[in-house]
Design a binder for this molecule. Structure first.
Ligand code: NAI
Length: 277
């Protein structure tokens, strides 16, 4: 079994049990890592149909993982668009653990959809890019100093949408394409510090975000959620939507010594929906 015993793992957007971030944090803890659960902590000003990691849920998750896997945990409120909060979070992590070995930049969102580029609300566009792309920059900048001494692994959650243009979700697609390039830039720049940097590009994974998207599409196309899901599955060679746990398994691989010669890659996990040479 892959071991992450006594590694310190920080996962952003991990405060919601239905999400990919939680699945990552849980798998890391299951492999022996101490975990930091970082998430918004509030639902204010957020898309209520998708929801966020609230302080209560984050504390519950931290408590459950600590008692189930006998690891140390920390729940921290973090808005990746707020440099001050990012710094505070890094300070709290340094105080409790002294360093970070694994950073998962997983927090993500989309605002202002569905809209074509020519009708997109500017504030919604900027906010989407600020969370998804600049958030990865801010958190990485604050955490790399905590990785410097021993090296480590950074895993950025990008998206299939960063490689194949979706319809009417342009800010998200552009931000995720940016995350892929940022991953490659960081992989080159940080190789001397023995920090590997890779991106995961999920296709269709069943989370609140995905359920909401199916709902929007059904409304837009005047059909049902079930029909949208069925049509989507027809485009996936493995014929089904993926689970957060399956994405988390890839994160464990990228965080562990099993991927010691892998850096600067953007790995697809999409049931074969995207096949590249
Ligand atoms: P989710 O909505 O369940 O999780 C996103 C998490 O990010 C939430 O816990 C939310 O509170 C947090 N978050 C949002 N804005 C934040 C901010 N400003 N600061 C800190 N945390 C913030 O959605 P899901 O599906 O688990 O998404 C996780 C990642 O996977 C995201 O980056 C998403 O873009 C990406 N992704 C998801 C796919 C899917 O099919 N579900 C497909 C491709 C990529």
């Amino acid at each position: 079994m892959t071991t992450l015993t006594d590694k310190i793992a920080l996962v952003t957007g991990a405060g919601k049990k239905t999400g990919i971030g939680y699945a990552m944090a849980r798998k890391f803890a299951g492999h022996g890592a101490h975990v930091v659960i970082a998430d918004l902590g509030t639902t204010d000003n957020f898309n209520a149909d998708v929801g966020t990691g609230t302080s209560e849920e984050m504390e519950m998750i931290a408590g459950e993982l600590a008692s189930e896997f006998k690891v140390r945990t920390l729940a921290v409120n973090l808005d990746v668009t707020d440099s001050g909060l990012v710094q505070e979070m890094a300070g709290a992590v340094k105080e409790k653990f002294g360093r970070v070995d694994i950073l998962c930049n997983n927090a993500g969102a989309t605002f202002g959809v569905p809209n074509g580029v020519h009708t997109y609300d500017e504030e919604a566009w900027t906010r989407t890019v600020d969370v998804n792309l600049h958030g990865v920059f801010r958190v990485s900048k604050a955490i790399v100093p905590l990785m410097q001494e021993k090296g480590g692994a950074i895993i950025n959650t990008a998206s299939r949408a960063g490689k194949v243009p979706p319809l009417f979700n342009g800010a998200y697609a552009v931000s995720k394409a940016g995350v892929i390039m940022l991953t490659k830039v960081m992989a080159r720049e940080l190789s001397g510090l023995k920090i590997r940097v890779n991106a995961i590009c999920p296709g269709q994974i069943m989370t609140d975000l995905e359920r909401w998207r199916f709902g929007l599409e059904a409304q837009f196309l005047n059909t049902t959620v079930e029909e949208q899901e069925r049509k989507m599955c027809e485009t996936i060679p493995l014929g089904r939507i993926g689970s957060p746990d399956e994405v988390a398994d890839m994160a464990v691989f990228l965080a562990s010594g099993a991927s010691s010669y892998v850096t600067g890659q953007a790995l697809n996990i999409c049931g074969g929906q995207l096949m590249e040479l």
